[in-house]
Design a protein around this ligand. Structure first.
Ligand SMILES: *[C@@H]1O[C@H](CO)[C@@H](O)[C@H](O)[C@H]1NC(C)=O
Ligand SMILES: *[C@@H]1O[C@H](CO)[C@@H](O)[C@H](O)[C@H]1NC(C)=O
Ligand SMILES: *[C@@H]1O[C@H](CO)[C@@H](O)[C@H](O)[C@H]1NC(C)=O
Length: 365
């Protein structure tokens, strides 16, 4: 029985592996407010798997509202991510716990693929500008990345989760951070991203003229004002934003690729299930890669990918996760010229397939 299923699983994954070609030429940057991510959330398996699923779509993912006093939830999340996507290698870089009071602190955490990006600098903004000391509640933890597959090569990310009641002030102060970072690293390729709370009740229309980050023409706001980045059906606010500095960086972004990722719709979750993950959608943007110049990513295939993803029952979902992993592994091998000729007489390959199958069985229990 089990060997029949094993064979069936193998055949299916082979068939799907042929049918679904994944866009290996993409480079995705994401920002996700995890809404009170800490121990209690990390104990919910469904939530952790959904988080892993979302985060592993990204080459670099900025996590915000990480409230993990002991640091156990974050390391559990990294473990889940590594288990979920064995095709890439992941690591993370976390800021100190930041906040004006001891009782409420948050961390910025960057999860990134070590096989596509390297951290080349990090900088905790000191927030001591004369005349404007302590402008931020959660001072930006600035990170510079090198990504050889992108056309831009090296870029800087400035994260920010603003305090809702001080949004106008903090957004304006981000402009000073930008100038500071540009000078310090002599790098113009800067992206600012995160939950800016830049909409609805927190940023009045009349205050936008006071925000230099909005009035300076060298800054490009990629997520539009009419975008909804909130999960709740009853709210529609463009809180989470991605802003790039300079024409060069703007030109290195895939046009119209900046958008929220509606994971509720994509993964067919109920509103309650989605809200257990977060009250925000992640926002994301694609950077042009060296490969884009030769070959454009096949958008039709991406859509088919989405439709194929149809989690019904838990066991069906597990089954599909296993297939997905199998098909990803297969695809990677097919692309690698060294493995062009697949040798099915290879016992370590069979062991690998056996392990996958066991993981699948564990998953369905
Ligand atoms: C808003 O900013 C002011 C001054 O920068 C600060 O004193 C105040 O605590 C801030 N409010 C919150 C809720 O952090
Ligand atoms: C969401 O989380 C709450 C609190 O932990 C739990 O009681 C509820 O069952 C969860 N709902 C869904 C749909 O997962
Ligand atoms: C056998 O399969 C394993 C796992 O897929 C792979 O790492 C290894 O290179 C393969 N060896 C040969 C000789 O094909």
């Amino acid at each position: 029985m089990s060997s029949v299923s094993l064979l069936l699983s193998l055949l299916l994954s082979l068939l799907l592996g042929v049918a679904i070609v994944r866009g290996g030429s993409e480079f995705r940057i994401c920002a996700f407010n995890l809404h009170h991510f800490g121990e209690s959330k990390s104990n919910k398996d469904e939530v952790m798997i959904t988080l892993a699923r979302i985060i592993t779509r990204c080459d670099v993912c900025l996590l915000q509202e990480v409230r993990d006093r002991k640091g156990t939830a974050v390391s559990k999340l990294l473990q889940t991510i590594r288990w979920y996507d064995t095709r890439n290698q992941y690591d993370l870089l976390a800021s100190e716990r930041l906040g004006r009071t001891e009782s409420y602190q948050e961390q910025y955490v960057f999860v990134y693929r070590t096989n596509t990006v390297k951290v080349t600098g990090q900088y905790q903004y000191p927030d001591n500008m004369p005349g404007d000391e302590d402008a931020f509640s959660r001072e930006p933890f600035v990170v510079r990345f090198k990504a050889p597959k992108t056309s831009i090569q090296e870029f800087v990310l400035i994260p920010q989760h603003t305090t809702p009641t001080n949004t106008t002030k903090e957004l304006d102060a981000l402009y000073d951070v930008l100038q500071n970072v540009r000078r310090m690293w002599r790098n113009e390729n800067v992206m600012l991203l995160g939950d800016f709370n830049a909409d609805c009740g927190y940023l009045a229309k009349k205050n936008r003229d006071k925000v230099r980050l909005m009035t300076d023409r060298s800054l490009h706001w990629l997520i539009g004002e009419d975008t909804d980045t909130t999960v709740k059906l009853s709210t529609s606010c463009s809180y989470d934003r991605i802003v790039v500095h300079g024409e060069k960086f703007n030109g290195a972004v895939v046009p119209s690729s900046a958008q929220p990722f509606n994971f509720q719709q994509d993964y067919r979750l109920t509103e309650e299930e989605a809200l257990n993950v977060s009250d925000h959608y992640p926002v994301e943007v694609l950077l042009k890669t060296q490969l884009n110049r030769i070959k454009k990513p096949d958008e039709k295939q991406e859509q088919q990918d989405g439709e194929e993803d149809d989690p019904g029952t838990v066991s069906l979902r597990c089954w599909r996760e296993e297939l997905r992993q199998g098909e990803q592994g297969h695809h990677q091998q097919a692309q690698d010229p060294k493995h062009h000729h697949v040798n099915w007489n290879n016992w370590s390959r069979w062991t690998l397939i056996g392990r996958r199958f066991k993981e699948f069985l564990d998953c369905t229990q």
